[in-house]
Design a protein around this ligand. Structure first.
Ligand code: HSE
Length: 440
């Protein structure tokens, strides 16, 4: 059978990885896909740079629309990124009846509903394994491997940049700004690192996983997004003394204790018990834990970025499409795991309704009755204390750090208690509040 023809819109790091891996492993890939997969066209504004990557093995054009317009091309791989031109081109490719592979998490988290509806209408596939956790086949696992299960929650380290920064802050005791600069120098963080460090990238990925796990539409606008730029080395140290590591987690959790059900969708720095496997995922690595009713807990670990790890996911999608493109669209794996008529509208809960435990650090006057006033406020809000740590005051110092770990409570209740604690004259600085998850 003749090879399936692929066009790459954009060829940079991931595109060149895809090109190289496809060429290197072509015999095995053909054996698995049932026919060859060939990149025959690539686009890049700087045509000369693209030629350096592909030589004369593929036609290089400056205008991506030339690729979409070519009737010979069966699959479009979108590697441009962002929600502007990439959205237009993906919709145009779908309208032209092409299958699409994309690594673009922002595009799917924000415009997924529109894109999947257009794809269904045209009977084409949109595959996106590379959009979440790079080389880890987490989309495949959630959508197909765990298809027998009712998924209860998932929690992932799904941004390598922030995990690298947190690992360095912990192991070297450095502050955030110093480590960020070092991460930029080493190429782990972009020159504009905002999307990574403020949790946006992780929230895009968590949004996509929540849709597949629970059969809800992608709703990035409802995700709670909090990054690590305000995190202090002091809190990493105190957390460690209490047996916890701080990780930026993307969490999606089904809640059946609220009337009509609800979904928590949140990204924030989180204390995790050090003995959990995921707490020991260090450097730029990614990992996702999934809790499901039949299989129990499963953990997926690997590289979340990079040329060949991401290419691994892109090519897996190319192979899937190659196998399935002649199948009746109704017999393919649904884009978001559930058949369109089986999707549901379980609401994403507002943050005030989220159930979690807390780490609090209070700078307090070191005098009689301070601790009791604070614990009284917590008790009045029915918030149970799990552990307390008070740093011994230095000689002559009249203030100290008080660290409190709580049991699970509702975030809204904690907000009220925090406001009251903050108003105490003996609380001398803004209270640091972090969330804690046992992931048991
Ligand atoms: N910038 C991402 C990260 C990789 O640091 O993990 C691509 O999503």
């Amino acid at each position: 059978m003749k090879a399936i023809k692929v066009g790459l819109l954009g060829i940079g790091t991931v595109g060149s990885g895809t090109f190289n891996v496809l060429r290197r492993n072509q015999a095995e890939i053909r054996g698995r896909a049932g026919r060859g997969i060939e990149i025959t066209m690539v686009s890049r504004r700087n045509v000369a740079l693209a030629r350096e990557i592909v030589g004369d093995a593929a036609q290089v054009v400056a205008d991506p629309r030339e690729i979409i317009a070519n009737p010979e091309i069966d699959i479009i791989v979108e590697l441009i990124g962002g929600c502007g031109l990439a959205r237009e081109l993906v919709l145009e490719a779908i309208a032209a009846g092409k299958h699409v592979v994309t690594a673009n998490k922002a595009l799917l988290a924000v415009h997924g509903t529109e894109i999947f509806a257009a794809a269904r209408e045209k009977g084409v596939m949109v595959a996106f394994e590379a959009a979440v956790a790079g080389g880890i086949p987490i989309i495949k696992a959630l959508r197909e491997g765990l298809t027998a299960n009712r998924i209860e929650w998932l929690a992932g380290i799904i941004n390598g940049t922030t995990n690298f920064i947190l690992s360095e802050m912990r192991s070297k005791g450095l502050d955030f700004a110093t480590v960020l600069k070092e991460a930029q120098r080493l190429g782990y963080a972009e020159s504009d690192p905002t999307f990574d460090i403020e949790g946006v990238d992780a929230a895009h990925k968590a949004t996509i996983m929540s849709a597949i796990a629970f059969g809800i539409p992608v709703q990035f606008d409802k995700a709670h997004v909090e990054g690590i730029s305000q995190l202090q080395a002091t809190d990493i140290k105190y957390a460690e003394q209490l047996g916890y590591r701080i990780k930026l987690l993307g969490i999606a959790r089904r809640r059946s204790d609220v009337a009509g059900g609800g979904i928590e969708l949140r990204v924030h720095p989180t204390l995790i018990p050090t003995q959990r496997l995921i707490a020991n995922v260090e450097g730029a690595m990614n990992a996702v834990v999934v809790q499901a009713d039949a299989v129990g807990t499963t953990l997926y670990y690997g590289k979340g970025a990079g040329a060949e790890p991401t290419a691994s996911a892109v090519i897996a999608d190319l192979v899937d499409i190659t196998r399935l493109h002649t199948a009746d669209p109704d017999h393919r794996v649904p884009h978001l795991a559930f058949q369109p008529d089986a999707m549901n509208n379980t609401p994403i809960l507002p943050m005030a309704q989220v159930l979690t435990s807390f780490y609090l650090r209070l700078r307090v006057a070191d005098e009689a009755g301070v601790l009791s006033r604070i614990t009284t406020i917590l008790a009045e809000h029915d918030i149970s204390i799990d552990a307390v740590l008070q740093r011994e005051s230095a000689e002559g110092e009249r203030q100290t750090d008080l660290i409190i770990l709580t049991h699970e409570t509702q975030e809204g209740r904690m907000n009220t208690a925090l406001a009251q604690m903050q108003a105490l004259p003996t609380v001398l600085a803004p209270i640091v509040r972090l969330r804690k998850e046992e992931l048991a």
